[in-house]
Design a protein around this ligand. Structure first.
Ligand code: ADP
Length: 192
C-alpha cells in the first residue's frame, strides 16, 4: 500500500504521516522536511528553496518534481510502500507523479484528503510557530500559504477526481481520533 496525504497547511499531515508510516511500515516522504533539512544544511537545494519556503511560496515545480522522482526511484529498491506528505501540491506535480507511477509500475495508491476550517488551521500554525519556531509559521506567512493552497493546491483535488478515488477525512478532533478515521478509510489493519 502507498499513501498520498493531501490537505492544507496546518491540518496535521506531518503528525498523521508519522503515525501512519510507523503503523503500516511505510517510508515517510515529506517534501517540507526535506526542504527544511536542505536549508539547514546549506546545500544547493537549500539555497534554491530558502526564499520560497520562508516566504510561504512554493518551491518551483521542476526542483521539487526532480527531488521526489529521485527519492521514489531509490525507494523502489526497498520492499515497502511509501507515504507522500506535502506532494503533489500543484496539478503539474500531480501529473508528473502519475507519469512516474506508470513508468515504475506503482499500484495501490490511496489518496487521503484531510481538511479543517481555516480558523482552526491558523490557530494551530500560530501555536506551532510559538512552540517550534518554524520560520514560515508567522501570521502573515500563514495567510500567504493558505492563499497559495487555495490557488495552486486545491485544484489537485479536481484533477484527481477525474481518475482516482479521494477519501476525505475530517481533520478536527484529537490526533488519535483523526488517525482512527484515516485507518478506517484505509480498511487496513495496522501492523503494530
Ligand atoms: P505545511 O503543509 O504546513 O505548509 P510543509 O512542511 O509541507 O508544511 O511545507 C513547507 C513549505 O515547503 C511550503 O510552504 C513550500 O514552500 C515548501 N514545499 C513543500 N512541499 C512542496 C511542494 N510539493 N512543492 C513546492 N513547495 C513545497
Amino acid at each position: 500500500m502507498n499513501i498520498i496525504l493531501f490537505g492544507p497547511p496546518g491540518v496535521g499531515k506531518g503528525t498523521q504521516a508519522q503515525l501512519l508510516a510507523s503503523a503500516y511500515n511505510l517510508h515517510h516522504i515529506s517534501t517540507g522536511d526535506m526542504l527544511r533539512a536542505a536549508i539547514k544544511g546549506g546545500t544547493e537545494l537549500g539555497k534554491v528553496a530558502k526564499g520560497h519556503v520562508e516566504s510561504g511560496a512554493l518551491v518551483p515545480d521542476d526542483v521539487i518534481i526532480g527531488l521526489v522522482k529521485e527519492v521514489l526511484l531509490e525507494q523502489m529498491e526497498h520492499e515497502r510502500g511509501f507515504l507522500l506528505d506535502g506532494f503533489p501540491r500543484t496539478v503539474d506535480q500531480a501529473k508528473a507523479l502519475e507519469q512516474l507511477f506508470t513508468e515504475i509500475a506503482i499500484q495501490d495508491v490511496r489518496i487521503i484528503s484531510l481538511d479543517a476550517p481555516e480558523e482552526e488551521l491558523i490557530t494551530r500554525m500560530v501555536k506551532r510557530g510559538q512552540d517550534l519556531g518554524r520560520a514560515d509559521d508567522t501570521e502573515e506567512t500563514i495567510r500567504h500559504r493558505l492563499n497559495v493552497y487555495q490557488q495552486q493546491t486545491e485544484p489537485v483535488k479536481g484533477y484527481y477526481a477525474q481518475s482516482r478515488e479521494i477519501m476525505s477525512v475530517d481533520g478536527l478532533g484529537s490526533v488519535e481520533e483523526v488517525t482512527q478515521r484515516i485507518m478506517k478509510c484505509l480498511g487496513h489493519p495496522a501492523l503494530v
